[in-house]
Every structure is written in C-alpha cells, then in structure tokens.
Design a protein around this ligand. Structure first.
Ligand SMILES: Cc1cc2nc3c(=O)[nH]c(=O)nc-3n(C[C@H](O)[C@H](O)[C@H](O)COP(=O)(O)OP(=O)(O)OC[C@H]3O[C@@H](n4cnc5c(N)ncnc54)[C@H](O)[C@@H]3O)c2cc1C
Length: 437
C-alpha cells in the first residue's frame, strides 16, 4: 500500500538529490533487527525500504574484534521465518558465520536493502516523516528505527585524565592483542566484553589488571544444559517489559559474563584470577597520574554471586514444578567469587607497568540524525515497548524493548511481530481517516 511511487525523473533542472521518493515505511539499519522488521512488513504487504549506511550486518563486519564468537548458542539464532540449520546447534558462531547468517537472511527474505545509504536526518512532517540521506530524500508515513543500541563505545569522562603516554582502546578499535603495545594492560569493565578481552590479552603474555564494577555472573552450563537454554525454558528471557518492576534498571543491566567457545568454558572472575589476571575495584577517578579504584570489590562479588544463586533457584523451581527433575542432572552450586587477599587501590599509570587501557565500559546508541524530540536526557529513545513517542515511529533491537531477550538475535522475532502489528494498525487508522475526509 504505497502512499505514492518513486518519481520517474527529476523535474526541470533539479538534480536527483532534489527529488523525493515516497514509500510507506522506512526502516533504518540492516542489522538483524531491521531485517526482521522488513520480513514482517513484507508479510503484511507494506511497501518499505531499509536504509543501511554500510553493508548488511555492518556492525558485525566493522565493530567487533577478531576472536569474538556469539555467546548465544546456534540453536537459539532465529529470526522471523528463518533459523540456524547447521550441523552444530550447540556451538557459537564466529563473526564470519554471523555475517553469513544475517546476509543469507537478507537474501532469502528478500529484503529491500539500500546499502551505503546513511540517514542524515529524520524530521516530522504533516503527513509523516522526511528522511534525508546521502543518496536522496524520502517521504514516509512510518519509520522503524533499527539503527542499533551499540553504535558508540561508552567511555567515562574520567578517561580525559589518563596520561597521554598510555594507548587507549575500545572494543571498536581493538582487533587482537598484537595491536597493543607490549606491557601491562588495564581493562576497565568486567562484563562480557571485559572478561573476554582480559582472557585473550592475558594469554598473549601481557599482564592484565581488570577493574570490576557491577557485573552479572553466569556459569556457561548448569545441570547439563547451556545456561541460556535455562533462560529460555524457564521463561526468564520471555518476561515482558511491562511486568518488570524496575524497567529502567533492567534496561541498563550489563551483559552477562559469558563467552562462546568450542569447549563451552565458563569465563567468570574465578577463572580469570586462576590464570593470573589481577582483579581490582571499580575505577572511580584518575588523578595526578594514578588510577583510583574503589575498595568495594568484595561487595561487588557478593552481590553478583547472590543474584546468580537466585537465578539458579528460579531455574530449579521451574524444573521441579514442570516435572523435569528426573530427566535433568540434579541442582548444584558454584564456588563463591574469590576476593584477592589484597587489591591495589591507586597504582601509578606513569611508571611504565601499565602501557595501555581498554575501555570495556559498554556502548550507547547514536541518534545524532534524529530531529524529532524523542530522546531523553540520557540519550535514550522514549518509547513504550518499541512504540516511540511520535506517531508512526517505532524502534527495534533495544535492551528489554518488549522482553528481556529483546536485544539478542532471537529476541527480534517476537518483538518485530508485535511492533509491526502496531505499525500496521496505525497505517489502517491513518488510511481510514483519510478515506473518511
Ligand atoms: C560485542 C557484542 C557482542 C554481542 N553478542 C551477542 C550474542 O552473542 N548474541 C546475540 O544475540 N546478541 C549479541 N549482541 C547484541 C546484539 O545482537 C547486537 O547489538 C546487534 O548487533 C543488534 O542488532 P541490531 O540489528 O539492533 O543493530 P545493529 O546490528 O547494530 O544494526 C544497526 C544497523 O544500523 C546501521 N545504521 C546505524 N545508523 C545508521 C544511519 N544513520 N543510517 C543508516 N544506517 C545506520 C548500522 O550500520 C547497522 O548496520 C552483541 C553485541 C555486542 C556489541
């Protein structure tokens, strides 16, 4: 149901960049979330285009380090009308496998992706939105923002005080340990990225100091199953956003300490300290060439251990009440996180022991192109379950958008259907109104 077709040629002396193309829906971003939205739009015969500044699966091509594998198992990789069908359902995809998986989805859908098309602004108009790109302009009734939640590494402002003699890296420009200078490395942040890089960099022979703040501890396997199988089976991952008490906090939770390896290894702080990674507290300041770490390491450990125990209790309760105790291994518990006997509180950064810093302090979205007042003071999109606070604008792929699993690949399936249902109902209302006039 197009609201108008593309213009055949530029009128008069105007160039192509002056023409405006009409389309019902513009999807911004050809990651898995944008492609899932496209599939659902196609199923409902809603004409649309996907605008992508790079290539399909651009984030996985450009913004990840060499050794990264998904931490979600292959069997869990599914999108609307598409799922992993390879020979290793319990394995974890490498980056080239993820790129193939998503690119194949775009091809078989087939998704109307325009690559190398950067959205430079989205503005509200009387009839919907005006979308400007480096390749021309579009008019549309509805927009799906699927531009990703992790566009920019989030680096604390205290980084400005780091002495210039240290080289700084983020997960976006770190590729492998060979790019780091020889010598000690301080990694700030102990969520999925921080623990994975700590392990890899330590194994390269560089002494690693890992600064640990709030974190989510998970074992790779529990009672004979991948811990993410438990998240799925017990319904934890399906919990809806409107049933979560503190949604703001749930949306800010750090990623779990997990790694996908062929050995299905657990990568927690005990595993890291056992190989010689030095654990220190949260980085609270950098002053006069010294890094100041907080002393609350034991509390951080205790809190993460307690939350893991509670989650395992939830799994046990689910197994018991659903009659699985006989076909699943019995419950077990894990050693508490071992606190170091003493931990450094203010090591010097100028004495040459630490030569580089990796900021593994999270990511944030970049909505610099969005000229609609829907961004809150924290830089997040204001939305209710993906229905953005502007008529006809929708979002996908954000943390706990509609469910706890929303920002993961398999989380897009249910979210995209719900959000595109809402979008279709919106278009039907707009169409009914215009017929009534
Ligand atoms: C390090 C890391 C590891 C992860 N591991 C897993 C995992 O193991 N399993 C899992 O399920 N999930 C994982 N995720 C989470 C999640 O799958 C990714 O964040 C995923 O990339 C989000 O998909 P998306 O489609 O929402 O966004 P993206 O994949 O980021 O896609 C957004 C697209 O929008 C494009 N774009 C952005 N701005 C513009 C613009 N102005 N104009 C045009 N195009 C634009 C980008 O180029 C990009 O291609 C991981 C995330 C990170 C950062």
């Amino acid at each position: 149901m197009p609201v108008g077709g593309p213009q055949a040629s530029p009128p008069g002396n105007r160039s192509w960049s002056d023409t405006i193309e009409d389309v019902t829906t513009v999807v911004i971003g050809a990651g898995h979330a944008g492609l899932a939205a496209s599939r659902c739009l196609t199923e409902r015969s809603i004409d649309h285009v996907i605008l992508e500044r790079g290539e399909v699966a651009n984030s996985w091509r450009r913004e990840r380090w060499d050794s990264l594998r998904l931490l979600t198992p292959n069997w869990q990789s599914r999108l609307p009308g598409y799922r992993y069908e390879g020979t290793d359902p319990n394995g974890y995809m490498t980056m080239s496998e993820v790129i193939d998986f998503i690119s194949r989805y775009a091809a078989v859908s087939p998704a109307p992706v325009r690559t190398h098309t950067t959205v430079t602004s989205v503005r509200r108009t009387d009839a919907g939105y005006h979308v400007a790109t480096n390749n021309g302009n579009l008019r549309c009734r509805t927009v799906v923002v699927a531009s990703g939640a992790c566009n920019v590494p989030s680096i604390p402002s205290l980084s400005a005080a780091v002495p210039a003699s240290l080289e700084c890296f983020t997960p976006f420009n770190y590729r492998n340990p060979n790019r780091l200078p020889e010598g000690g490395v301080l990694i700030v942040g102990a969520s999925a990225t921080g623990v994975q890089l700590a392990d890899e960099i330590h194994r390269s022979g560089r002494p690693v100091t890992l600064s640990v703040g709030e974190h989510v501890r998970l074992p790779r396997s529990y009672r004979g199953h991948d811990v993410l199988w438990w998240m799925d089976a017990s319904g934890v991952w399906n919990q809806r956003y409107d049933a979560i008490d503190d949604l703001t906090r749930a949306r800010r939770l750090p990623s779990p300490q997990l790694v996908g390896t062929p050995e299905h290894a657990t990568l927690d702080l005990n595993a890291l300290s056992a190989i010689g990674v030095e654990l220190v507290g949260r980085l609270s300041a950098v002053r006069e060439g010294r890094a100041l770490f907080s002393g609350g390491l034991r509390n951080q450990f205790a809190l993460a251990d307690l939350k893991m125990e509670r989650l395992l209790d939830t799994f046990d309760e689910w197994a018991r009440t659903n009659g699985h105790d006989d076909d699943i291994a019995p419950p077990n518990r894990f050693e508490s996180t071992r606190a170091p006997l003493s931990s450094r509180l203010d090591p010097a950064l100028r004495n040459g022991q630490i030569r580089s810093i990796v900021w593994a302090t999270g990511f944030r979205p970049d909505y610099g192109w969005l000229e609609v007042p829907v961004i809150d003071h924290k830089g997040c999109l204001r939305h209710d379950g993906g229905v953005v606070d502007a008529p006809g604008m929708y979002a996908l792929g954000l943390p706990v958008l509609r469910r706890r699993k929303s920002s993961f690949i398999h989380g897009s399936e249910d979210d995209a259907r719900d959000v595109i249902d809402h979008l279709a109902a919106f278009l039907a209302r707009v169409s009914a109104r215009s017929h009534a006039q």
